[in-house]
Design a protein around this ligand. Structure first.
Ligand code: ATP
Length: 231
């Protein structure tokens, strides 16, 4: 499954948030999407997910349009986390899994595997609001991957996590890639991308300033010269 963006532009009124962005996100790889606040990462993800219409350009996945119809093939961890605080963890995950086409017993099995993996099996019957922010983030990550999507979109998955949880999540991302999932994640931090990704794009004011394979980019620019623009 290859995700392709061709000259994609998004305008909000007269403001251009994403400008003529062309990208190819190869299948079964981890792709890093870097940029400072406001660079256009979340807007791009929302267009890929069909949550926003692009103003111009094409988005396709194996040459077919991506939108709500294929949502069961995509897993999404949004930047603004959105769990129901009053629901118990297991009930919430079952509910979300069913929305993505899983049956209850299948969902329960997967939920148990993921809660064990993230070392929080005892949270199954706790309400989300009783969990720390970091543990809520792990639950939201589980909700994005439970239905075994082909493409996983993670918006700032490591932000707000302590180093132990960052490592836990990174290991999960690597295992999902090994299992054949195509993954794209956004970050402000080059070190996450260096550790996980084969290819990357750095966005600046909605325009890609660097795009390609990490090895080749490092060869061309040198590690020290790769900067995420913060202005
Ligand atoms: P961050 O790292 O802060 O999440 P980002 O790279 O994800 O940043 P976006 O959230 O995509 O950036 O925002 C890109 C630009 O588009 C910003 O200047 C933002 O203010 C603007 N923008 C995003 N959504 C809207 C909207 N609905 N209406 C108007 N402007 C918007």
């Amino acid at each position: 499954m290859t995700l392709r963006l061709q000259k994609v532009t998004k305008k909000f009124g007269s403001f251009t948030a994403v400008d003529q962005l062309s990208l190819e996100i190869p299948e079964k790889q981890i792709f890093g999407f870097l940029g400072a606040n406001g660079a256009g990462k979340t807007t791009t993800f929302r267009m890929v997910l069909g949550l926003l219409d692009q103003t111009e350009g094409d988005i396709s996945w194996n040459n077919g349009e991506i939108g709500y119809g294929e949502s069961h093939l995509i897993g999404y961890l949004p930047e603004e986390r959105g769990l129901y605080p009053k629901l118990k963890v297991q009930d919430q995950l079952i509910y979300l899994a069913k929305l993505r086409g899983m049956n209850k017993s299948e969902a329960i099995k997967e939920i148990d595997i993921w809660l064990e993996r993230f070392k929080v099996p005892e949270y199954k019957q706790k309400k989300v609001e009783e969990l720390s922010k970091g543990n809520q983030q792990k639950i939201q990550f589980i909700s994005a991957v439970l239905h075994k999507p082909k493409l996983l979109i993670l918006d700032e998955p490591f932000s707000g996590l302590d180093p132990v949880n960052v490592e836990m999540l990174k290991a999960a991302v690597i295992d999902l890639k090994e299992a054949g999932t195509s993954i794209v994640f956004s970050s402000h931090r080059m070190e996450h991308v260096e550790e996980l990704c084969e290819s990357l794009c750095i966005l600046h004011h909605g325009t890609p300033v660097v795009h390609g394979k990490l090895k080749e980019i490092k060869k061309t620019f040198g590690r020290k010269n790769i900067r995420i623009h913060a202005d």
